[in-house]
Structure formats: C-alpha cells, structure tokens
Design a protein around this ligand. Structure first.
Ligand SMILES: Cc1cc2nc3c(=O)[nH]c(=O)nc-3n(C[C@H](O)[C@H](O)[C@H](O)COP(=O)(O)OP(=O)(O)OC[C@H]3O[C@@H](n4cnc5c(N)ncnc54)[C@H](O)[C@@H]3O)c2cc1C
Ligand code: FES
Length: 313
C-alpha cells in the first residue's frame, strides 16, 4: 500500500464534467497502487497553481485506488484546476484530512446537501451503502446545477428529496427531522445560510446537537475581534494580538510554523493546543464538547479572552 505523505504527487487519470461549472477529477498514484483509506467527509488538499485548496473526496474510502474530487469553478484556484489539468498531469496533494467525520454509532443517516456541498454528502451516501446504514437525502440545487442527483437517488434507494427554493428546503427538513427514528445522525454541507437553517430546524424539532454534523466550504468575514495577549508554553514572553490581526498571523510573524489553509475557520488545519487561559471560539470546526475541554483552538479566527492565554506550537 502506498503511504501518501503530507505532500505527494498524484496523476490525473480521468476528467468528467457533470455540469458546465463542475469538473470531476480522478487522481491515482503513479504506479496505480492502493491509496490511503479515508472516512466519509474527508478532503484532499491540492496545489492549484500555487494556491492550496481543499476538495472533498467523493468516492468510497475503503482500499481506494483513486481519489475523486469535484471542483466548482469559482475563483483563482478552482479556475486554475479547470484550465490546467489534463489526463497525465501530475499534481501536488496533501491529506486526506477530515473535519466532517462520521459518528460511527449511527446506523441511520439523514444527509442534506446544498449546491457543491453535495461532494462530501456523496461520500456519505456511498459509505452508507457499503456499511449498510439506512440513508435518506435532501438536495437543494438550482435546476441547472444538480450534479450527482441521480447517483444520490440510487445510493439512497430513491429516498432523495430535491428542492430548489428555501421554503421548500425548510419544509423538507422539518418533515424529515420530525420523522427520523431515535439514533439517526444528520450531516449537512452547503452554503452558510443552509447550514444555519439545518441547525435551527433540527434544534426546533428537539434534536440534540451531538447528532448534528455540518461542514461549510467558506464563511462570512468576521468582525476584527478584541485585542488580547498570549504566551507560548515554555516561554514567559507576553505577545500582543491587536484587533483585526489573527493569532495565526501573529504566531507566523513570531517564526512559528503553524499549518493553515482556509483562514476562515472552516478547514481545521490551524488547530493548536491550549495550555491555559480562556478562548473566544469563532470557528465552524470544534463542537461543543471540544470547546468545553478548553485544550485547543482554531488559531485563524478564534481569540484569547483576557490575558492568560497560553498556547503550544
Ligand atoms: C473542507 C473543505 C472542502 C471543500 N470541498 C470542496 C469541493 O468538494 N468542491 C469545491 O468546489 N470546493 C470545495 N471547497 C472549497 C474550495 O477549497 C475553495 O475554497 C473554492 O474552490 C474557492 O477557491 P478558489 O481558489 O477558486 O477561490 P478564491 O480565489 O479563494 O475566491 C474565493 C471566493 O471569492 C470570490 N471571487 C474570487 N475571485 C473572484 C472574481 N474574480 N470575481 C468575483 N468573485 C470572485 C468567489 O466567490 C470565490 O468563491 C472546500 C473547502 C473546504 C474548506
Ligand atoms: S486555516 Fe482553516 S480553519 Fe484555520
């Protein structure tokens, strides 16, 4: 079995275009051998013309011989992938990583996808079929952009509701959340407004938040936050972080090698350990339990609260 190191090279073996704005890219090791396994919800990072972007793996992660990603044409990196990749192109990748992992106790899943957020949901539907979990899905998309709707319908044995407008989405979610047996876990990926709706509808139906899992590909810009001071464990020097500067940027400025990617609190790459002090969490990665443990933080968006923050890098 190949071991995909932190950064490695894979070869483009096939490209499909499920819609005019989405490009499906198949990647294999140069020797065609098995790649590291991955759980549904995992993403692969890819060097898109000098910009590292994450893309969800859409396939089944059991003994994979290829990784498949689907890229919506949006800005710099995704456009570069659309324009520069062809069969045989070698690309630099890292991962897989997972900030949207399954709750392995669940035997039934409710899947909700919005737009290109269908990509990790597709991997969940494949895992459900493979592991024998019962699955149903709601997919919100515009008429022209329903990539993988047929596949989702097949993987859920027809239990797919497609919607186009927000009121239809609200109605479908309300109905499906009301009618799930105890023990179902729900997974959503899509635009920010859809994830907020997913959470509020579920909570209004009495769903415990531990059963709700979501991932967003981007987040709205945050306010500059309050200034704070921090120490790095093992060093008494007090460092200042002004409003509008992130802890991540300050750590990099001080010469620490902290990995990062999205800088929006959605990918989880810039997670660091916390030894002491209070944190104002502003990310979309850590759940309530992880926040309550007060032993880690997402350094690109979260901030110290008061002056006693001590971090490990
Ligand atoms: C965990 C994770 C998984 C992801 N999975 C997927 C996936 O499966 N598929 C997928 O397609 N994406 C996915 N993404 C998003 C992806 O990583 C990139 O963020 C996305 O492709 C946009 O990056 P970009 O370099 O193309 O755009 P950037 O250049 O970073 O631009 C970001 C945004 O700015 C705007 N913008 C940029 N340039 C212009 C311009 N010239 N005019 C107008 N607006 C502009 C666009 O709205 C764009 O969306 C994922 C992200 C994360 C964190
Ligand atoms: S860099 Fe993505 S969460 Fe911080």
């Amino acid at each position: 079995m190949n071991t995909l190191t932190r950064v490695d090279r894979l070869i483009v073996t096939r490209i499909e275009r499920p819609t005019t704005r989405v490009c499906e890219i198949h990647l294999q090791a140069a020797d065609g051998g098995e790649l590291p396994a991955f759980a549904p919800g995992s993403n692969l990072q890819i060097n898109a013309g000098g910009k590292w972007n994450a893309y969800s793996l859409t396939g089944l992660g059991v003994r994979p011989r290829e990784y498949v990603i689907s890229v919506l044409r949006q800005g710099t990196g995704s456009s570069w992938l659309h324009e520069h990749l062809g069969i045989g192109t070698s690309v630099e990748v890292a991962g897989p990583e997972n900030a949207f992992a399954p709750d392995l106790r669940a035997r039934r899943v409710l899947l909700v996808a919005g737009g290109i957020g269908v990509t990790p949901i597709l991997s969940y539907a494949r895992a459900a079929r493979f592991w024998g979990w019962e699955a149903e899905a709601i997919y919100s998309h515009s008429a022209a952009e329903g990539a993988y709707a047929d596949e989702l319908r097949e993987l859920t044995d027809g239990a797919l509701i497609e919607v186009e407008h927000r009121d239809q989405l609200t109605a479908a979610m309300t109905d499906r959340f009301q009618n799930q047996p105890l023990g179902t876990s729900a997974y959503a990926c899509g635009p920010e407004g859809m994830i907020d709706l997913f959470t509020s509808v579920a909570v209004a139906q009495g769903w415990p938040t531990q059963r709700l899992h979501s991932e967003r590909f981007s987040a709205a810009e945050l306010d500059p936050g309050d200034p704070f001071d921090f120490r790095v464990a093992g060093d008494d020097t007090l460092h200042h972080v002004p409003a509008g500067t992130s802890l991540l940027d300050r750590l990099i400025e001080l010469g620490h090698d902290v990995p990062y990617m999205c800088r929006q609190g959605v990918c989880g790459r810039c997670l660091i350990s916390v030894e002491g002090g209070a944190v104002t969490h502003r990310d979309f990665v850590l759940d309530e339990r992880e926040r309550a443990a007060n032993d880690c933080m997402i350094s690109c968006v979260s901030r110290g609260s008061g002056d006693g923050l001590e971090v490990v890098v």
